[in-house]
Design a protein. Structure first.
Length: 145
């Protein structure tokens, strides 16, 4: 009995669709939280939630770019026994965290936005990733059936 190996193209397409879904779900959850805070007349909370969600989206985009770069480098070096990762890849990862941390600090200190609202805004990415994962489980694409 022969077993077919899964096609990487369909997995790649599914991954791209899931990444897009996470990005727009992050926006939707951030917008809902911001509108809810505005309806409760909590302007500073609304600002914090919106900025936190925007930073979460930026973090997700930078993470995706970094991982895409690592995958391309490993594919280009597949013949080597030891893959060499450029220093710029590691610096990009560190820069991503430093940028998010610095942005949260500056926003908290200068805009006097509640820190909890920023953290909850950053959590919209987690909510989006969980929702997209459940979406994939409940409604798999045609290539996953």
């Amino acid at each position: 009995m022969e077993v077919e190996t899964p096609q990487p193209v369909s997995a790649s397409f599914s991954g791209i669709q899931t990444e897009k879904r996470i990005a727009w779900l992050n926006f939707i959850f951030g917008a809902i939280a911001t509108i809810a805070a505005l309806l409760l007349r909590q302007q500073r909370w609304a600002i914090g939630l919106a900025i936190g969600a925007a930073l979460a989206w930026l973090n997700f985009r930078l993470l995706g770019r970094g991982l895409d770069t690592l995958v391309l480098q490993s594919i280009a070096q597949r013949e080597r026994k030891k893959v060499q990762v450029p220093l710029t890849s590691y610096l990009g990862i560190a820069f991503r965290y430093a940028l998010i941390g610095l942005a949260v600090y500056v926003i908290f200190v200068y805009l006097h936005v509640p820190l909890v609202s920023l953290i909850l805004g950053l959590c919209t990415l987690a909510a989006a990733a969980i929702t997209a994962s459940v979406w994939e489980i409940l409604q798999p694409g045609p290539e996953q059936l």
